[in-house]
Write a protein that binds this ligand. Structure first.
Ligand code: ASP
Length: 330
């Protein structure tokens, strides 16, 4: 059988196309989940083995919850929600159930979400009766024309979206109450400069889309309706399919002033630098201003960065390759 040059060329081109589709498909099948549970003066010498184990187990549960969604071909936003809700429902972290107290002895929670595909975003700030603020933030993104809703209006909207509402007493935990009393005694105005327990999650899903989410109780002893970086898109949370997804934890005022999360994305977009380099540079800017905290990030190719300038940061990631890391200290 004779094969013409034309047939041979068509065959080779076909083969090349098939392989490239294959490579593309397997590339799209990959996923990455990165989480944080806050940064601060977290030292091994101050941690009991039981407490350390409890934190690690909860971080693991959050990673696994997000991974389950991604394995079932769910979206990055659904995965972020699953991971963050695990941490919001735990008293260990300063988000949801474990939220810190304001100076007035209340709990005022903030959360945000951003999707890198269409740059859509949603946030709630200063809410007092929403069990899972991340859920409310997602509803703001998906079912409203707005990006950020605050206070009672945010709660009313959440109610209309069937987001779970709780009695504000639900957020009472003895340990957070005692932290407030200690700080009031010391008369430190805005506090927790050295302890940030916010939670966050960034995801690259199997469709190649990125999302970032953050949820917090803010800073212990906060006054005057103070809102930090966590619900502010570009400060504590940012995602763009062109570059990366970012979630932060730390002294919010500094993150807002730096446009921290957006700045990392911008450095990658305009300077073409790696995610690790961009996060390192941004944390250096934070240190220079006098701020403390950390950040987690994943880029569009699945590279991960977890940077902080404190003694520790509860953190971890899981990749479709099977790689998994959970750590606390520097
Ligand atoms: N970034 C949060 C805030 O300033 C606090 C934290 O991360 O713990 O509200």
């Amino acid at each position: 059988m004779k094969i013409s040059l034309y047939q041979l060329t068509t065959f080779i081109i076909g083969l090349l196309l098939l392989t490239s589709i294959d490579i593309h498909a397997s590339d799209k099948g990959k996923y990455v989940v990165v989480i944080h549970g806050g940064a601060g003066t977290i030292l091994k010498k101050n941690m009991s083995p039981e407490k350390e184990q409890a934190y690690k187990a909860k971080l693991d549960e959050a990673l696994v919850a997000a991974e389950k969604i991604l394995k079932a071909k769910g979206t990055c936003v659904e995965a972020v929600k699953a991971a963050i809700m695990v941490m919001e429902n735990s008293p260990l972290f300063n988000a949801g159930k474990g939220a810190v107290f304001t100076n007035a002895g209340k709990n005022e929670l903030d959360a945000s979400i951003m999707r890198g595909k269409d740059l859509n975003a949603g946030a709630v700030a200063g809410v007092t009766n929403i069990k899972n603020p991340i859920h409310a933030a997602i509803m703001v993104m998906d079912n409203s024309e707005h990006v950020m809703l605050a206070g009672k209006g945010a709660s009313d909207f959440a109610k209309s979206q069937d987001v779970e509402i709780v009695d504000p007493k639900y957020f009472y935990t003895k340990s957070r109450w005692e932290s407030l009393q200690r700080l009031i005694k010391k008369e430190r105005e805005i506090t927790q400069r050295d302890k940030h327990g916010t939670v966050g999650c960034v995801v690259l899903d199997t469709y190649g889309n990125l999302a970032a989410g953050t949820s917090t109780g803010g800073m212990t002893n906060k006054k005057y309706g103070r809102i930090g970086d966590s619900p502010i898109i570009g400060a504590g949370t940012y995602a763009n399919n062109k570059t990366c997804a970012i979630s932060c934890t730390g002294h919010g005022e500094y993150y807002i002033r730096l446009s921290f999360a957006r700045d990392i994305s911008a450095m990658m977009e305009y300077q073409g630098i790696t995610i690790e380099n961009a996060c390192k540079q941004e944390v250096r800017k934070l240190t220079k201003l006098g701020g403390t905290g950390g950040t987690i990030a994943v880029d569009k190719d699945g590279n991960v960065a977890m940077e902080f300038n404190t003694a520790g940061m509860y953190r971890g990631y899981i990749k479709s390759s099977g790689e998994k890391i959970i750590s606390i200290y520097k």
